[in-house]
Design a protein around this ligand. Sequence first.
Ligand SMILES: [Zn+2]
Length: 274
Amino acid sequence: MKYLCCLIAICALASCSPKGPYALTNKVYKDKTKGYVALIQRQNPDSLRDSTGALIPSTWVGTVNFGIRRPNFVIIHFTAQDSVQQTLKTFTITSTQVSAHYVLAKNGEVFHMVNDYLRANHAGVGRWGSVTDMNSCSIGIEIDNNGNEPYTAVQINSLLALLTQLKKNYHIPTANFIGHEDFAPKRKPDPGPFFPWKTLAQRGFGYWSDDILELPPDNFDYTVALRLIGYDTSDINAAIVAFKRHFVQTDIRPQLTQLDLNVLYNVYAKYSRL
Ligand SMILES: [Zn+2]
């Protein structure tokens, strides 16, 4: 009887499921992946029609030389929520339609929610260079942070370990570690001015300006520089604020001071060396 009470108590702690509170969503995940496996195993060509509507002859011939597409960007976010449990819930209910590959808790724990080869719904509408469907080519990392507080040291330690693994596994270029704010300057402020981009850059994840900055030449065009780094400059004020959230951080007003211009010129040179 005592044993039974104990079992019931443990069961209650785990939200009455013998496999934990996410057993149901884990099953949904597994079933969905089965559907994608069936999709990539299809061996029938799409039927194409010419301008007259006539069917164009098409034949499937499977090659023996192929692989799986790899993510080529990492997009960093803050959750803008109050706890990691809240975020796990947000990403395990269908009504929100949002997710990320990884969620990093304040205590450094890493939650992996979508296989790296699959597409998570984290970046949404935006543009970086010519990339518009960022979800299809990136890993999304959400960091538990309400947007108005520093990140914890253990969180950043876990992030650096994760980024090291991702960069190695998928050969992600240094320039391709960016924030949601960079990809969607008109909509998103994350991961914001508290995020330690300098620390990341020192480890080869994204860029940061040098300590000694040169003055840009007289004909330096800041709009072109922002665009060549990757920013969507259709709203130039939004692009300037996004740039300053990432690369200046001490001031995020939509004006470029002389210091901001020096930083921009320095960072732009790093991107244009690619
Ligand atoms: Zn975000």
